[in-house]
Design a protein around this ligand. Sequence first.
Ligand code: GRF
Length: 208
Amino acid sequence: MLKIVVLVSGGGTNLQAIIDAIGAGTIRNAEIAAVISNKPNAYALTRAAENGIEARCISPKEYAGREEFARALLEAIGAYEPDLIVLAGYLVILPPALVSAYAGRIINIHPSLIPSFCGAGYYGLKVHEAVLARGCKVTGATVHFVDEGTDTGPILLQKAVEVKQGDTPEILQRRVMEEAEWKILPRSIDLIAAGKVSVIDGRAVIAD
Ligand code: GRF
């Protein structure tokens, strides 16, 4: 059984997609041990609690500095002994100690087709604003492994989504969530739980 800890900051629709997929059996052999947010009022924490999943807030604001926050986050996550950490709309830069402690065992969902519209400053609606400003006809979402960079780790799954005439950033964000994020994140977890994913020469390989 793959034990997962999910890190969140916002509404938790990606977390909900994972919860629903486990319930529906489209994610097999995995369980969410805990959900941890940096925001005490993140609705994602409510979603976790409503589904009987331990929900905690570890806010950087509660700690004197980065080192203390990093130590607290590592300790909190370590208590669950996760096999996989899932960043589902988590907006805090991960402490390097966490990335190295869980090397190859952290995945993130990003709302664009990496390497486009990613890296520092590209998160949430800002991504879709940039896609529309550039006049792109196709966008999408990416699940990737997390390394020491920002949105730079090996790509695991991607799914393209059409940009339509008249899209606002909000309309486009919703379509990318519905048609891409909420599909490829659960699928990624199911593949990892089935032991079908490996990283060879910096690229994710999925066994058929
Ligand atoms: C979404 O824009 C998602 O693409 C990004 O975080 C935002 C919030 O997602 N990863 P959620 O509803 O909190 O899952």
